[in-house]
Design a protein around this ligand. Structure first.
Ligand code: GUE
Length: 284
């Protein structure tokens, strides 16, 4: 048997077609959605992701600005660049790629982005909107995970969901989105003594620890939906997730691959948030 694959590339392709159609309509009515991406430094993985984001904008007909800054950029200079983009009417979304060099404080940088251009959903305002169930920007990775889970056609309400990881960017917002969809939610983390006790009860497992082989088949309930947020390299240098795909795939009902699962949907939801921001801007 084996799990059915949740194809993040196929779902991305469908969703991006829909975003492109809505973006074209908004552009025709006078507002072309625009995204600014700031990269500080030379981290090779970050360079790949940022390039993918800018390319996705171009493919969908969105306006994009790519600001590539040297590793030595001062925090004051970064804040000045953000301030200019905050006031630029052609820009509806601002993304500062993480991680930042050590001399720059990420919280200060996120707080400098105008809350109505926070398409990453990283600001305290966006986090508060999510906690309170108000409309606002949802963080792209957990937002994409929700779309991947929904694409199975299985109901979320009433299900037991286990989130492994508690980061501000993935674990915490993921738990809140699942809660909003009426799942019963357990959050596990590095201080959880026995992960399997929880994951064996789960109808849905989202793994976001950044560690290979966090979840193995013996800790999965037969038929469960497994979403793998991780991006790691195995001993051969090949891209792999946080899930031991070979063993989990034999037990689970559905599973996302790495690559081709959560990654492409993260970028798709960034485009969706940018479009929504431009729509809100046009309505004002
Ligand atoms: N301000 C900010 N916003 C982010 O959204 C953000 C960030 N910083 N910092 C880093 C993480 C990571 N992230 C990814 C997005 C797409 C893929 C992606 O497309 N992955 C492809 C593979 C790409 C490859 O070949 O390496 C896939 O999974 O199929 C991966 C990772 C966004 N992040």
């Amino acid at each position: 048997m084996g799990a059915r694959l949740i194809d993040g590339l196929a779902l991305s392709r469908q969703s991006r077609q829909d975003i492109a159609t809505r973006a074209a309509a908004l552009t025709a009515s006078g507002t072309r959605p625009g995204l600014a991406v700031i990269l500080v430094g030379e981290d090779p993985a970050s360079a790949v992701y940022v390039r993918n984001k800018v390319r996705a904008c171009e493919e969908l007909g969105l306006h994009s600005v790519f600001d590539k800054c040297p590793e030595t950029l001062s925090q004051a200079d970064l804040l000045a660049r953000i301030d200019a983009l905050n006031r630029d009417p052609s820009i509806h979304g601002i993304l500062v790629q993480m991680p930042l060099p050590r001399h720059i404080d990420p919280h200060t940088v996120i707080a400098a982005i105008s809350p109505d251009k926070d398409v990453d959903g990283y600001s305290v305002q966006s986090a508060g909107d999510l906690v309170c169930g108000l409309p606002g920007f949802r963080p792209c990775t957990p937002y994409g995970c929700m779309k991947l889970i929904e694409s199975t056609g299985q109901p979320i309400a009433g299900k037991h969901a286990v989130v492994i990881g508690r980061s501000n960017t993935v674990g915490k917002p993921m738990a809140l989105l699942l809660l909003q969809a009426n799942a019963t939610v357990t959050v596990c983390h590095s201080g959880t003594p026995d992960l399997g006790v929880h994951t064996r009860q789960a109808d849905i497992v989202v793994v976001a620890t950044g560690r290979r082989n966090t979840l193995t088949g013996d800790r999965v309930r037969p038929g469960a939906i497994v979403i793998d947020v991780g991006i790691n390299r195995d001993d051969d240098g090949k891209l792999c997730g946080d899930v031991d795909f070979a063993s989990v795939q034999q037990v689970a009902g559905w599973i996302t691959p790495v690559p081709g699962g959560v990654g492409p949907m993260t970028i798709t939801m960034l485009l969706e948030n940018t479009l929504q921001s431009a729509q809100r801007h046009a309505a004002r």
